[in-house]
Ligand binder design. Structure first.
Ligand code: SF4
Length: 335
């Protein structure tokens, strides 16, 4: 069978969307009928970490509202240029957990593959916004990473990360899975991705067939932060994937001005459940340079989580947590 992506004139919808992202702050502001007074700061911040937004995600943003919570996640702003104490380029000290290029080993039994530096969207709070992808994605990284995994029988779960692994074509993912399938002690496959949130069409039939193969127990962890990001299209596809046996979880980041209100988090959990996705973690922000304006104080986060527990059944309450460099697991602030 000819892979879909080989037939250039038949590029899947998700790939066409990914090839036609908005990258110019001026275009984004114009489409949303917003005042261009913010433009100089936006352009300056985008130089460091470029703006990237799929057009259909922009359709979910309220026109004329500069404080829209979805817009806040994607529009570069001058606040990113301010220096904040305690915020740095590698907040999780990932550079200390790289036994071979392209592979991170932080937690027992699991290893994370950095499979690409590309993303379908650039999230302004991203903890990897300064990540040195070039040093992880060059040379013979696959050979080295696969050899490292093959020599470690204590690793039973491989996590595909990035960048965003679902920006890769199905053909590339298949090649990767074929190579990983040769390592007998790998049993669980976990994929972390925000692409289906901004381009739900990425959850296509071909990918579902790959990930629901009997060789793997597959967990797909989505990264949605606001109920409006869980579109009808994502709900339909989530249900389909759940029926096919894929475990669907969600990780959010608690972000000031985006989802730091009780009603927003309640609506997010409810909407995720509609899509067959269980809320898993609600992360405190990783202190990455350029993102301090998204921080929520711990005492406010704990109060919010307490109110969330009082509002929802336990299975819809994500664990409030923080990643602390050097710790053997995530630090749960409230479960
Ligand atoms: S999609 Fe994920 S890795 Fe990419 S910019 Fe957003 S948060 Fe960062």
């Amino acid at each position: 069978m000819i892979p879909q992506e080989s037939a250039g004139w038949e590029l899947p919808d998700w790939q066409r969307q990914q090839a036609d992202l908005i990258t110019d702050p001026a275009e984004l502001l114009a489409l949303l009928e917003l005042d261009a007074a913010e433009l100089p700061g936006s352009l300056a911040a985008a130089q460091d970490f470029p703006l990237r937004v799929p057009r259909r995600y922009v359709d979910l943003i309220e026109k004329g509202n500069p404080r829209d919570p979805l817009l806040r996640q994607v529009l570069s702003v001058s606040a990113e240029l301010e220096v904040a104490p305690g915020y740095g380029p590698d907040p999780l000290e990932e550079g200390d957990h790289t036994p071979v290029p392209g592979l991170l080993h932080k937690y027992q039994g699991r290893a994370l593959l950095v499979v690409t530096g590309a993303c379908a969207v650039h999230c302004r709070y991203c903890f990897r916004r300064h990540f040195p992808y070039q040093s992880h994605l060059s040379g013979k990284r696959w050979e080295q990473a696969l050899a490292w995994l093959a020599a470690r029988p204590d690793i039973n779960e491989v996590i595909l990360s990035g960048g965003d692994p679902l920006t890769l074509t199905n053909r590339r993912i298949q090649q990767l899975l074929d190579a990983l399938a040769e390592i007998p002690h790998l049993r669980r496959l976990r994929i972390h991705s925000r692409t289906p949130v901004v381009i739900p069409e990425r959850l296509d039939e071909e990918l579902l067939a790959l990930l629901s193969a009997p060789r793997w127990r597959t967990v797909l962890v989505l990264h949605a932060n606001h109920p409006r990001e869980v579109s009808d299209s994502l709900v339909d596809r989530g249900r389909q994937w759940q029926r096919a046996g894929i475990t669907l979880l969600n990780q959010s980041v608690l972000l000031a001005g985006v989802n730091d209100q009780l009603e927003t988090l309640v609506a997010l959990s409810d909407r995720l459940h509609e899509a067959g996705v269980l809320p898993y973690y609600l992360h405190q922000l990783d202190r990455v340079a350029g993102a301090a304006h998204f921080a929520v104080q711990d005492e406010d986060a704990l109060a919010l989580h307490k109110a969330l527990r009082a509002s929802l059944p336990g299975f819809l309450v994500p664990r409030l947590s923080r990643e602390v460099p050097g710790e053997p697991a995530k630090t749960v602030l409230a479960g």
